[in-house]
Each structure stands twice: as C-alpha cells, then as structure tokens.
Design a protein around this ligand. Structure first.
Ligand code: TRP
Length: 340
C-alpha cells in the first residue's frame, strides 16, 4: 500500500476556534508551527470552525473566536504569505470530501474513538451526528491537500490513524493509489503546559480561575503577576531533571522557561539549580513578558482591524482552493460522479 514517498511534502494542521488562546496553545502548537515555517515545506494552517459547531456555539462568539485564532497565528509568527492560513468553512472542499469519507469510514471505527466517547459522555443518543463524524471531517481536512505531515498533540494520534485507515480503504475500494497515508508528527510531552494553580491539571481555557493560565492577550503586568502568584513548593530548584519528579508545579515553571528560551530543561536547571523560587520567578516573568507581550500587542492590534483578518482569510482560502479543487475533482471522478 502507498506510503507518502511519492507525494510532495506538505504540512497541514488545525486548531479549534474555541476562544481564550493561552500559553498552552502557544507552546504546544503555534510556536512550533512558526518555528517550522522556514523548513521550506508548504504549510497550511486551519481554523476548524466546522469542527467547533459539532457542539453548540453562540454564533457571535464563534466568529470572534475564529478571528482571534487567526490573530493568534499571525502574532505568533505565522506569515500568511509564506504559509497558507485558512478558516475551514471558507474552503468548501473540506466538507465536500468529508461526505465522501462518511461513506468510506465505518460506524465501528468511529465508535472506537476515545474523543467521541469522552465528548459524547453517557448520553451518546443526544450527541450531534457531526460530533460522531468529526474524525471523518478531520481526515478530509488533511487529505483534501494530500498532506503528508500533520503535527498534532498526543490526543489526536487516534484520529490520524483513522485518517490513514480512511485513505487506505478509499485507495483499496476504488483500486487507486490516490490518497497518501499521512504521518503523524507527535509533539513531545515537554510542552504540555499545566495550570499555574495546580501542576497536575492541563492549562485550560475553561478553568474558572483566570490566574491558572496566561492568555495570549494578557498584557505585561498580567503576565508578570500571574507568574509571581503561581503555586510552587517551598524548596529551591534542583540542578538535575530527576529532582523535578513529584514536583509538578516546579516542573511546569521550569519547562515553560525552557520552552520560551528554546533550551533543554537540563540546561535551564544547570543554570538555576539551587535558586529559590523568589529568584527564579522574576527570571521567568521577565522572559515570559519579553516573549509574550509582543504577541499580545499584535493580537490586540489585529483584533481591532477585523477587516484585515478577513482579507487575510480570503486570500488564504483562494490559495487553498487552488490546491483542493483539483483533488476534489479527481476524487469525484474516481467515485463516479459526472463531471460538470
Ligand atoms: N481535532 C483537532 C484538535 O482538536 C483539530 C483538527 C481538526 C486538526 N482538523 C485537523 C488537527 C486536521 C490536525 C489536522 O486538536
């Protein structure tokens, strides 16, 4: 069966526009995308608004969150000229291919998805049909561009395996070698950013305490004060990585520092080992303000010019459609639709 070897390398990834972008989104996704931007591979980054509505969204909140996410991508360094930045619903080929994939994927495959089981909860009968078909739309997002590399967090690995299953079944059922079997590019665990109030919980947009997270729109004062008030233990920092075992809060602050400074955790500890938090926190606050407040300023500026955002998304959609339309046309042809 086909691997990706004879397909042109192309990166695709998507993020849900769910509001309140925070440091976890930045270090886990946005910064990595931006760091990878100069590797010469064509990259498409997508705000997945069609995925967002698999659970109820207030329409005005959704529009705002989509623009905020676009501003977040750009403020984090994604250049909309170099990469292709799109909003999913503005490239209708995603939804069109998703329908074909709904007819390729099997009910049993979808039922095994852990995200479906988690999100639908006990009352599956009352979940939307879209939530059930979520992974099929995700496969379409990727395969409508014949994307070969998909950087995602560990939690999306199962959906990427399903994407390969859909590609393989399509290729097999129609006797073609048309869709690539996409490689997941799973991000390391080091950038799992935890809550500033509880080192055992992920930093989350839905935590009721705003002090638990650094929002990408926080200004310098807010960033510094949240770090100053972050929960810690009373001990000084260790000089070896093993010393962070069982010290969730210390580990979190050190890994945030390492990620922002583009250093290994061990290199950070070699520098700060032995220091008390009263010395380390101001160092972290300075670094975080230096790295994050320009992002916050740029996001705030962009959010005040929604027309500029919409223009960027319009351009992105046109460039994306130039890639997607021929792949959809070929798919329709393979399946037996009449050419129009
Ligand atoms: N499901 C992904 C998430 O929740 C978002 C997503 C949608 C995505 N389509 C995608 C990620 C395609 C990578 C590729 O994180």
């Amino acid at each position: 069966m086909a691997d990706t070897a004879h397909f042109t390398p192309r990166v695709f990834s998507g993020i849900q526009p769910s509001g309140n972008l925070h440091l976890g989104n930045y270090l886990g996704a946005l910064k990595r995308f931006s760091d990878a931007q100069n590797n010469g591979i064509e990259s498409i980054y997508c705000m997945v608004d069609l995925h967002a509505i698999t659970v109820w969204q207030n329409p005005e909140d959704l529009r705002r969150a989509t623009r905020e996410l676009c501003a977040g991508f750009i403020a984090s360094g994604i250049d909309p000229e170099k990469s292709i930045l799109i909003n999913q619903s503005q490239v209708p080929e995603h939804a069109q291919l998703a329908w074909i994939f709904n007819c390729v994927a099997r009910m049993g495959w979808m039922q095994r998805m852990t995200q479906w089981k988690d999100k639908a909860g006990k009352n599956q009968q009352n979940a939307s049909l879209g939530l059930f078909a979520y992974p099929s739309l995700m496969a379409a997002d990727i395969l409508i561009y014949h994307a070969t590399h998909v950087p995602v967090g560990e939690d999306q690995k199962q959906h990427l395996e399903l994407t390969r299953d859909i590609a393989a079944k399509f290729n097999h059922d129609y006797g073609v070698d048309f869709f690539p079997l996409t490689e997941p590019v799973i991000e390391g665990a080091a950038t799992r950013v935890m809550s500033l109030r509880d080192g055992s919980k992920k930093m989350s947009k839905s935590d009721p305490s705003d002090m638990s997270r650094i929002n990408l729109t926080d200004d310098a004062d807010a960033i510094a004060s949240k770090i100053r008030k972050a929960r810690t233990d009373p001990d000084a920092l260790p000089s070896e990585v093993e010393g962070l075992k069982d010290r969730a809060e210390a580990r979190n602050l050190v890994s945030i520092y390492a990620a922002l400074a583009d250093q290994e955790i061990s290199a950070v500890l070699a520098e700060v080992g032995g220091k008390p938090f009263s010395e380390f926190k101001p160092m972290l606050a300075d670094l975080a303000v230096a790295k994050l407040s320009p992002i916050s300023t740029e996001m705030t500026r962009l959010m005040q010019t929604p027309d500029e955002i919409d223009r960027i998304l319009g351009n992105g959609a046109a460039r994306a459609r130039a890639i997607a339309a021929p792949i959809l046309a070929k798919t329709y042809d393979i399946v037996g639709m009449i050419k129009s």
